[in-house]
Design a protein around this ligand. Structure first.
Ligand code: NAD
Length: 364
């Protein structure tokens, strides 16, 4: 007879005070469910829809056919960081055609354009995301003019319905897949250390990191693995949910400054910068380090850096097109942004210097 050794005592549980407030959003998730978009438009009572469809994403023509007479206008001019003049033209077209709702198909750029229109018009959005940006679940909008990105929060831009169909992401190229997955992971860390976090945002963030870190390496070998694609989109759903409630901080501010000033890809900057910001915030020994250890190891910043390298992602800002002379202005703009470890200009400039010079992440 074998005797079992007793289980180790469970670590003590500590529940911090929190506020919790749910926001209504309907989420439809599953392969093939793009076919339900017209029914979702009907549930919202929409009769004159503007379809904002990224032509690189599959599904645009299928949506045109499915929306049928509900389709008033198809718009396919989309640009990252949502240039203000583009948003203005698209909004005018929506008003001129008397549309009563927006369907967006594409990544964060398509969702972002729909949000820019909704900000002024209050039109409801049905979002069909085809990357892992997570924007579809947040009340955050962003627009760019004169090389500066303006972001804000307004409940009118949060989509009413989100339809996730992982089949739409089967052809997402590797150079978009990996960085976009890191964009979702960045939302998770922002939620884990946000002063507005609550038990559900933290649980969403941890499970998103579990799912994304398990799914992303599979796609390096087989980009069309539907289960892994569904894993990433499920992770994006959880990450977006967490971000939509807990909000952003230093990581996002740095990426918006890099993107707005230098027109760098938003997701690429997240993938490069995240390990360095995580290293900064790991130093005081927060509780999320232990929660993430099964997926990222004892040092989450190193785990992220290795994951990015292992998946063939760029791990330095120079590869993205940034130069050392750009860093000071970005650091000045980001200094003082909410972060668990307070940051000044020299701290951020040093962090960006490490991210530029392909150095492994470290606290200082
Ligand atoms: P993106 O939407 O620009 O898409 C990246 C590239 O992938 C584009 O070339 C696009 O045409 C292509 N693409 C998209 N789906 C595809 C598919 N299924 N198959 C093949 N190609 C496809 O990039 P993104 O990273 O998804 O979004 C970035 C934008 O979203 C930025 O402007 C960022 O600020 C914003 N964003 C906002 C929030 C928010 O909460 N407001 C959150 C995350 C990102």
């Amino acid at each position: 007879m074998t005797t079992q050794s007793p289980a180790p005592p469970a670590p003590p549980v500590r529940i911090d005070p929190f506020d919790y407030e749910a926001r209504p959003v309907r989420v439809v998730f599953g392969p093939g469910r793009i076919t339900e978009v017209a029914a979702e438009a009907d549930r919202l009572g929409l009769r004159r829809v503007m379809l904002i469809a990224d032509s690189r994403a599959p599904g645009g023509d299928a949506l045109v056919a499915a929306l049928g007479e509900r389709l008033a206008l198809r718009w396919d001019e989309i640009a990252q960081h949502v240039p203000i003049e583009l948003a203005e033209r698209a909004r005018k077209a929506a008003v001129a055609d008397e549309v009563d709702g927006l369907v967006s198909l594409g990544g964060g750029s398509a969702t972002g354009l729909a949000k820019a229109i909704a900000l002024d018009t209050g039109l409801p959005i049905v979002a069909v995301p085809t990357t892992y940006a997570g924007s579809e679940l947040t009340p955050v909008y962003g627009m760019t003019g004169e090389q500066r990105k303006r972001t804000g929060t307004d409940e009118r831009v949060r989509p009413a319905v989100v339809v996730y169909d992982p089949e739409l992401t089967l052809g997402l190229p590797p150079e978009v897949t990996g960085p976009s997955a890191f964009n979702a992971i960045a939302h998770c860390f922002a939620a884990l250390w946000s002063p507005k976090r609550d038990p559900l945002t933290s649980a969403c963030a941890v499970d998103a990191i579990r799912t994304i870190t398990a799914s992303l390496p599979t796609l390096v070998d087989d980009p069309a693995d539907l289960q892994a694609r569904a894993g990433l989109q499920y992770g994006a759903f959880l990450a977006g949910t967490a971000l939509g409630r807990a909000g952003t901080g230093l990581q996002h501010k740095i990426c918006h400054e890099l993107g707005g000033r230098l027109n760098l890809s938003h997701a690429d900057t997240h993938a490069v910068v995240l390990p360095h910001v995580v290293a900064l915030n790991t130093a005081p020994g927060p509780d999320w380090v232990a929660r993430l250890e099964p997926f990222l190891g004892a040092d989450p910043s190193r785990g992220l850096w290795e994951l990015a390298r292992g998946c063939g992602l760029a791990t330095d800002l120079a590869q993205l097109g940034a130069h050392r002379e750009h860093l000071h202005a970005v650091a000045e703009a980001a200094a003082g942004t909410a972060n668990p470890v307070p940051v000044d200009v020299p701290t951020i400039e040093a962090l960006l210097g490490r991210a530029l010079g392909h150095e492994p992440p470290r606290a200082s």
